[in-house]
Design a binder for this molecule. Sequence first.
Ligand code: SF4
Length: 546
Amino acid sequence: MKLTCALNFTTMKSISTRMKNQFDIILVLPYPFSDHPSFPEGLLASALRADGFRVGVLDALHWQDPHEFTLLGRPELFFAIVSGPVDSVIMNYTPTLKRRREDLYQTDGNAFFPDSPRTAASRVRPDRCVITLANQIRKAWKDVLIIAGGMETSQRLFAHYDFLRQRIRRSILLDARLDLAVVGMGEIQICAAAQAIADKKNLREFKIPGTAVVRSNRPDGSDYELLPALEEIESDPSLLLSAYKKQTRADALGRGVLQRNNDRWIVCQPRAIYTPKILDGIYNREYKRSQHKNRSISPALAMNLFSITSHRGCMGRCAFCAVCRQQGGNVISRSPESIIREVEHMSRHPRWRGVISDVGGATAEMYGMDAHVRDFRPPYLGLLRMVRRHPLVRKVFVASGVRHDLMLKFPELLEEIMLHHSGRFLRVAPEHIHDDVLKYMGKPRFSLFREFCSLFGDINRRLKRRVELAAYVIVGHPGEEAKHVKDMAPMLRNLGVDQIDAQIFTPAPGLLSTALLVSGTDDQGTAIPVCRDPRELDRRKNSLYT
Ligand code: SF4
């Protein structure tokens, strides 16, 4: 049994002797809690505490037993399910639907409870964890309020394709019977929800930006983008394409989104607005950068122990990536002062040895390219110089991805990353070599990658230490045929790529690429090649390594 309290890692015994209702909000997680600013649970607990709420945590608990959800008593305000940065089906299954044994967010990376059979029921993270955890909470507490957030909630907010069952599912708000869904990054939203509930406001009527509720009637006003209804998508799944486009337009225009699911309405308010100042406030708080003191830490925490998030959001809008939907399509950057302050906080950690594993975001070099900034010279270069010259710092790595097309515009930045901030490899993501596929991925044309390889080679020849080039590629993306993969490995090697990291496209819920796969057409209704045969997908991937 695993149990923590976000405030002070309280032990089981002391909890059992306390009064019930000692917490305003209890966070429920399908993996161990990390008090770290790279993890949503750490950020949310810290934000709520800063607003004066008492926060308890039930993490990695034996979810099969409803009694486990009673261990901290009943929260004064609500349970908050934090599903984490990855959808549980994506974490639990490979793209060809084989069960994964590892889960980077669990203790020692083990997806199963210790000494348990390797079955779905023994997973620490259940499939579709938000629904399972919400159901178990309701078995333990009949009429308690439940809020959920995280990637799974955001991606499954509206009618979506579930690749485990290979069918359209209705909104997670209905399946999990949630009182409120937090969409996107959630610190502002969860604090606003906590305050609204404490003030006895009606959540269904109280319009908190970046949240969604179920209503029995369509709300008044024209401030909403109307998506195709669930039943329409069920009978014509190609409408997922139009639903995706409408959500993107709503995001760009700052509008809410509506969708009818049978006799209910899913009502999502416009995205919550985060600013550099708000991010500074969030990250300026001190985090312990630890899990429970008696546990070994998860691989995810070990990798990120001394990493720094410099910004949120990405302008890339790649069709297979959920970052834009979760963090926004505009970049929001922290101030350099706030980042240096975090370095100083980190330096007090017992494991600190002066090495920062990453300074970045979804794509590192987008730091400072906020929507209101017109000068597109990269402030990221200045940030890296400032951090690596700090007296407490010995070495700074850049582990976040870098966009090869942007690096072409900033060769000085590329050279400094190669010289000072890369390990053995510099990792870039051309994703494919054929423009016929790249256009459906929303990625730059392949000629830009050729140019990048040439620039990379020129710089490498000047450096004393040779940096190797690793390329991420995706096979099986909609638009691809078997012939498109045949020449991929030789082509990349000819360009000087030393290592190919290939993955098979995973049709995660809520993505444009998933809508393309399900509909088998582009957004103009023209048929495109799609591959769903697991053996053929494996064959394409394996062909890159033979
Ligand atoms: S550039 Fe990277 S982070 Fe940004 S949308 Fe594309 S894949 Fe996602």
